[in-house]
Design a binder for this molecule. Structure first.
Ligand code: TYD
Length: 132
């Protein structure tokens, strides 16, 4: 499994930093939805699902958060702790987010509107789909 990042130059100046994200350019799809994950309680594991078609790029804009990515064969852990770095969450990758720092805020750019039918929330179902 290849972990893909979208890297951004740190724009800005002596006043501070700025990151600009452009759909169809840095993000290789039309952005149809943006959502934020914040105020995550200690010990919580989010995610625990895969998407059938949805493409996403996730940023940890403040604080840090760990990701487990699993393609059904290999598992990889990724630490996101830099607002310059977008992590691609491709379709059919089981993902879990954990060890959120107290201030962690995730900003996620998604290729589709929310659709519960696009989720696979059961790990055994996920393994069945990737193995066929
Ligand atoms: P979910 O995707 O399960 O969260 P996570 O993977 O981070 O644990 O979403 C949690 C709830 O929020 C669920 O009831 C669906 C709802 N939701 C929306 O209504 N719109 C959205 O864009 C997202 C991401 C979730």
């Amino acid at each position: 499994m290849k972990i893909r990042f979208a890297d951004f130059p740190a724009l800005g100046d002596d006043r501070g930093h700025l990151v600009a994200v452009e759909g169809g350019n840095h993000i290789p799809f039309e952005i149809k939805r943006v959502y934020f994950v914040y105020d995550t309680k200690k010990g919580v594991i989010r995610g625990n699902h895969a998407h059938k078609k949805l493409q996403q790029v996730v940023f940890c804009v403040t604080g840090s958060c760990h990701f487990l990515l699993d393609d059904g064969i290999n598992k990889k852990e990724v630490l996101l702790d830099n607002p310059n770095k977008g992590l691609f969450l491709d379709p059919m990758i089981w993902h879990e987010m954990y060890d959120f720092s107290e201030s962690a805020v995730l900003v996620v750019f998604a290729s589709e509107h929310y659709d519960e039918q696009d989720y696979i929330r059961n790990y055994d179902d996920f393994l069945k789909v990737v193995n066929t």
